[in-house]
Design a protein around this ligand. Structure first.
Ligand SMILES: [Zn+2]
Length: 179
């Protein structure tokens, strides 16, 4: 294990012994909210762990019964979250955390490349996914009711996991604004 991949000593998920199971569930598409609802970890701990400490390599891709494209979407989300963590750390003047989060983002992007996400169509789909997701999250942050409305539409087409993820993003934002 390299220095940069060493799990966080303060991280509840890393030190729990349940790490592998939790990461597999996450990569299989289970939402942060659903994993948190099992009762052992706060959503913020899980989100931070996935952004900062999730280790994905070729063997992970073999072990998780999904195609590379599905995993790629999850990894892309990890990269996006790591970038958010980096931006928050930069705002807070925390250079160490900024560096670590930037490093986590780079690792996720490297994983995307190793998963073979270089086909132009796949990249265009990823770009569309990222663009739409960012637009929805921006809209939801400005107006949580918009986010809730989109989440209800996702529920209506049996995409409860996406809806739950979106709702947890809104909740975190709301919490951040009021605290
Ligand atoms: Zn961790």
């Amino acid at each position: 294990m390299t220095e940069q991949m060493r799990p966080g000593r303060q991280c509840a998920v890393c030190t729990s012994g349940a790490r592998a199971d939790i990461e597999a569930a996450y990569l299989e598409g289970e939402s942060i909210r659903a994993i948190s609802a099992r009762g052992n970890f706060a959503r913020s701990s899980l989100r931070r762990h996935m952004a900062m400490h999730l280790v994905i390599d070729a063997s992970t891709a073999r072990d998780v019964p999904l195609n590379a494209g599905s995993i790629a979407l999850r990894v892309l989300a990890v990269a996006e979250r790591a970038r958010e963590v980096a931006e928050e750390a930069l705002d807070a003047g925390d250079r160490t955390q900024t560096f670590r989060a930037g490093d986590a983002e780079l690792r996720a992007l490297a994983v995307l490349a190793s998963l073979g996400v270089k086909h132009e169509t796949a990249l265009q789909e990823l770009d569309a996914y990222r663009t739409v997701t960012h637009a929805v999250i921006r809209a939801a942050r400005r107006n949580p009711e918009v986010g809730e409305y989109v989440a209800r539409q996702l529920d209506a087409v049996d995409r409860e996991a996406f809806a739950a993820d979106l709702r947890s993003q809104i909740q975190e934002t709301t919490k951040g604004l009021t605290s």
